[in-house]
Design a protein around this ligand. Structure first.
Ligand SMILES: [Zn+2]
Length: 217
């Protein structure tokens, strides 16, 4: 498996594409603390690889966060929480509900019966999450899913499946798609242009790149 590491101010971001849809699982380190975002691992070797990245970091896994409840972002949660029981799982309650139903998580469509069992502490817009030397502000974008979580730091942001390099997330209806675009414009496109964007799939990008090249925005 490939992994990609990036160094930003006070934080290092390791991106590990996992699962059939190459979901970006992120291990984020700041100071002596780690955060794991979107554990979409499905196979043992993927789970082992991500666990090894965490265990070899010489830092403590503090947070596990799922940006939303779709199966490709949650399928490794239970295994990770068993292996790192001292970490706290954070998820928007609406997304946790999705993750507990294989129909709404789209598990069924991917031929999986996975249902999330781990207990999640609630995440909500406006909340702040501290990790080592930095703080993330939590924002919510509606449209791709009922309440996708976006984590915003000073020079970077994790956006789940709301925004991609050159694209935006899917939505089930025309109205949901408009709501998604509106959320992206109001929440993400107002950030400083140099802000690094870490999406749920594909390569990282930046606000300035998307402002100039993304045909949806
Ligand atoms: Zn999704």
């Amino acid at each position: 498996m490939e992994k990609f590491e990036e160094l930003l101010a006070n934080v290092s971001v390791t991106r590990i594409p996992v699962g059939r849809l190459s979901t970006n699982c992120y291990v984020v380190r700041s100071g002596t603390e780690l955060m794991l975002i979107d554990p979409g691992m499905t196979q043992n070797r993927e789970l082992e690889e991500v666990a090894t990245v965490i265990e070899s970091a010489n830092a403590r896994l503090r947070w596990v966060i799922c940006t939303h409840g779709h199966i490709d972002h949650i399928s490794g949660v239970d295994t990770i929480m068993k292996r790192f029981p001292y970490a706290t799982l954070l998820m928007d309650p609406k997304e946790a509900e999705l993750a507990r139903d294989p129909a709404t998580s789209y598990a069924v469509q991917l031929g999986s019966t996975y249902v999330m069992h781990a207990e999640a502490s609630p995440l909500a817009a406006g909340q702040e999450i501290s990790l080592g030397l930095i703080t993330y502000r939590v924002a919510t974008i509606v449209g791709h899913s009922p309440a996708s979580t976006v984590l915003i730091a000073q020079d970077h942001t994790f956006v789940g499946d709301t925004l991609f390099a050159g694209g935006v997330g899917r939505a089930a209806t025309r109205d949901a798609f408009e709501e998604l675009l509106d959320g992206i414009r109001k929440t993400l496109m107002v950030l400083p242009p140099v802000t690094r964007i870490f999406p749920g799939h594909g390569e990282p990008t930046s606000i300035s790149t998307e402002l100039t090249t993304n045909r949806w925005l």
